[in-house]
Design a protein around this ligand. Structure first.
Ligand SMILES: *[C@@H]1O[C@H](CO)[C@@H](O)[C@H](O)[C@H]1NC(C)=O
Length: 213
C-alpha cells in the first residue's frame, strides 16, 4: 500500500510509453499550491482533453456515485513542479498527499494526442480486471490496474496534471531524450482503503438508472 511502487512499461507504435501509479495511505482534499510556483504548460484546451479522457472512462463504468473529475489548479501546479524536474519517479511518500499517475511518451506528436495516448495507457489496464472485482489487479497482492483504478476511483473528485517536454528524462539509472512527461495528481486519492479494507474503486452492481426520456 503506502510506499509500494506500481510500475509498468509499454511500447505503443514504436513510441515508449511508461506509466506508474502510487498512492498515499490517506485521502485529502486540501492541497495548497507550492510557493515557488512553476509556469503551467497545459492550456485550457489541453486541460479539457485531460478531463474528457478521464471522464469518458468514468462514464463507461456506468457506476453509481462516480462524479466527473474537475480540475484542481493547485494540484496541477504541484504536478508541474514535479514534471519540470524531468525525473521519471514518484514524489516521496512523506511529501505526497494525493494519488499520483505518471507517464512518458516520445515527443513526436501534438500535445493533445500525447496526452490522450498516455492517459489511455492507464485506462487500458482495465483489461486486467478479469475477475470483475479489481482485487486481483490492484490490491496488496497486485498492481496491474492501479492506474486505472485511480482514474475511476469514485471518491476522487479532482485532478491536476503537469506536463513537461524533457530534453533528457532521468529514468532509473539511465535516461531518455526528447520525452513528454505527464504527472496527474488526484484528490481524494484512490487505491487506498479509507475506512475499511476496500480496494474496489466504485460501488459495483448498482448502475445509475437510465434517466427518463
Ligand atoms: C518544486 O521543485 C523544486 C525543484 O525540483 C523543489 O526544490 C521544491 O521543493 C518543489 N516544491 C514543491 C512544493 O514541491
Amino acid at each position: 500500500m503506502a510506499g509500494k511502487l506500481y510500475f509498468a512499461a509499454f511500447v505503443v507504435a514504436q513510441v515508449v510509453v511508461m506509466t506508474t501509479s502510487q498512492n498515499p495511505p490517506q485521502a485529502t482534499t486540501k492541497i495548497s499550491a507550492p510557493t515557488d510556483a512553476p509556469v503551467p504548460v497545459l492550456t485550457a484546451d489541453n486541460i479539457k482533453t485531460v478531463l474528457d479522457v478521464h471522464n469518458e472512462a468514468r462514464r463507461l463504468e456506468n457506476a453509481k456515485d462516480m462524479p466527473e473529475l474537475k480540475w484542481n489548479a493547485d494540484l496541477a501546479v504541484r504536478a508541474q513542479n514535479w514534471t519540470d524536474a524531468c525525473k521519471f519517479a514518484h514524489q516521496p511518500p512523506r511529501v505526497r498527499r494525493w494519488g499520483e499517475n505518471i507517464a512518458a511518451v516520445g515527443n513526436t506528436r501534438p500535445i493533445p494526442s500525447q496526452l490522450t495516448a498516455m492517459i489511455n495507457e492507464w485506462i487500458a489496464e482495465k483489461k486486467f480486471n478479469t475477475g470483475g472485482t479489481f482485487e486481483e489487479c490492484c490490491s496488496f497482492r497486485a498492481s496491474d490496474c492501479c492506474h486505472y483504478t485511480q482514474v475511476v476511483w469514485s471518491r476522487t473528485t479532482h485532478v491536476g496534471c503537469g506536463y513537461t517536454v524533457c530534453p533528457t528524462l532521468a529514468y532509473g539509472s539511465g535516461s531518455l531524450t526528447d520525452i513528454a512527461f505527464l504527472a496527474c495528481y488526484y484528490t481524494p486519492s484512490g487505491n487506498s482503503p479509507i475506512v475499511t479494507y476496500d480496494w474496489k474503486p466504485f460501488a459495483q452492481g448498482t448502475p445509475n438508472p437510465v434517466p427518463p426520456a
